[in-house]
Write a protein that binds this ligand. Structure first.
Ligand SMILES: [Zn+2]
Length: 347
């Protein structure tokens, strides 16, 4: 996240970032993903936006410097499990249940993939993620900045915080769109799981080139290779599995070698297609075709040995490029009418 990238009006990408200690959490990005499990809403109250008298009163209070407390604006609390709490303005009970079920499935998939249940990295106290969901973009814009000390010119953020500090609370902050859906919920939840079970340390400890506010990670950034391809690509892979029509569309094009994708960053060598779709292809290829290499890599990043991770990736060099290219072509060829496959990706 350079903090916030606007590729178009609907797609705001925030790569992972961490807030300075004075501000709390770390922020991860959002790719433009729709959480299909939350689409069901027909509750008109959810779409009522920002025009009711109570909300206008709160806006006035905010302008007067007396912003309503987060619990007043987000009064609904629903505990999905020991690892997930929902706090919202207007999720219906059915939407809460749908979100819980969807994220429980994501959690199960993640732990099956990495055999990581019960095996958090050392010094990580983020036992639970709290998803804070405002009822509209307007409400989010008005209150989230005050409530979480974060920018709100985006589609939502994941704030990892300082996981080594007991009592730290990881927060996902987002809002419902017109039909009640919440963007990127699965993707952000994978960031939480990745940060807790795969990547040692907080956002600034991981390898990337983002040092803009609010995370303010120290400059200069380390040299590439980074972990952006993994962080964002793996989150897409776990969130969507093989159902990623946009990435499969790109897979037909010889735009990137695998060896190039390891150098993907948020500030340079970036772009939403490269970060999210090509990141997905890279992560999926490694996970499905080169698993021993992933396991070797995970041993290092779980221990926080990022210099050795970089040495490992450099040692791979271009050795997998040709195989990656062939795999992409096979993937495309195996898709029946891939271009018309239904998508759950928001545009
Ligand atoms: Zn992300």
């Amino acid at each position: 996240m350079t903090r916030v990238r606007f590729f178009n009006n609907d797609r705001r990408l925030l790569p992972s970032r961490r807030l300075p200690k004075s501000m709390l959490p770390k922020v991860l990005t959002m790719s433009a993903l729709l959480v299909s499990g939350l689409l069901a809403s027909t509750n008109s109250a959810l779409a009522s936006g920002f025009n009711d008298a109570a909300t206008l009163e709160k806006v006035a209070a905010a302008k007067a410097g007396t912003v309503a407390a987060v619990d007043q604006i987000l009064p609904r609390q629903h505990r999905c499990s020991d690892s997930l709490m929902l706090r919202s303005a207007a999720l219906s009970p059915a939407q809460e249940q749908a979100a819980c079920a969807q994220l429980a499935a994501i959690e199960q998939r993640f732990h099956q993939l990495f055999q990581s249940a019960g095996k958090a990295v050392k010094h990580d106290h983020n036992r639970m993620l709290r998803a804070n969901i405002y009822k509209s973009k307007q409400q989010y814009t008005e209150f989230a900045g005050e409530h979480f000390q974060m920018p709100t010119d985006n589609g939502g953020m994941y704030l990892e915080g300082l996981p080594d500090q007991p009592g730290n609370q990881a927060e996902f902050v987002a809002y419902q769109r017109e039909q009640g859906q919440v963007w990127n919920l699965s993707h952000e939840f994978v960031h939480y799981l990745d940060g807790r079970f795969n990547l040692y340390g907080d956002f600034c400890a991981n390898l990337h080139d983002s040092h803009s506010p609010p995370e303010n990670c120290p400059t200069p950034a380390p040299d590439t290779p980074y972990l952006v391809w993994w962080t964002e690509g793996m989150a897409e892979y776990v969130a969507h599995g093989s159902d990623n029509p946009e990435a499969l569309k790109l897979a037909a094009m010889p735009q990137f070698q695998l060896s190039e994708l390891f150098h993907t960053g948020y500030e340079h060598n970036n772009g939403s297609d490269r970060i999210y779709r090509w990141g997905y292809l890279a992560a999926r290829y490694l996970l499905e075709q080169q698993r021993p290499k992933v396991d070797e890599m995970l041993k290092l990043v779980r221990a926080g040995d990022y210099p050795r991770y970089q040495a490992l990736v450099r040692s791979w060099g271009t050795s997998m490029d040709q195989d990656f290219s062939q795999w992409r072509q096979q993937l495309v060829a195996s898709q029946p009418a891939a271009s018309s496959t239904a998508t759950n990706t928001a545009k």
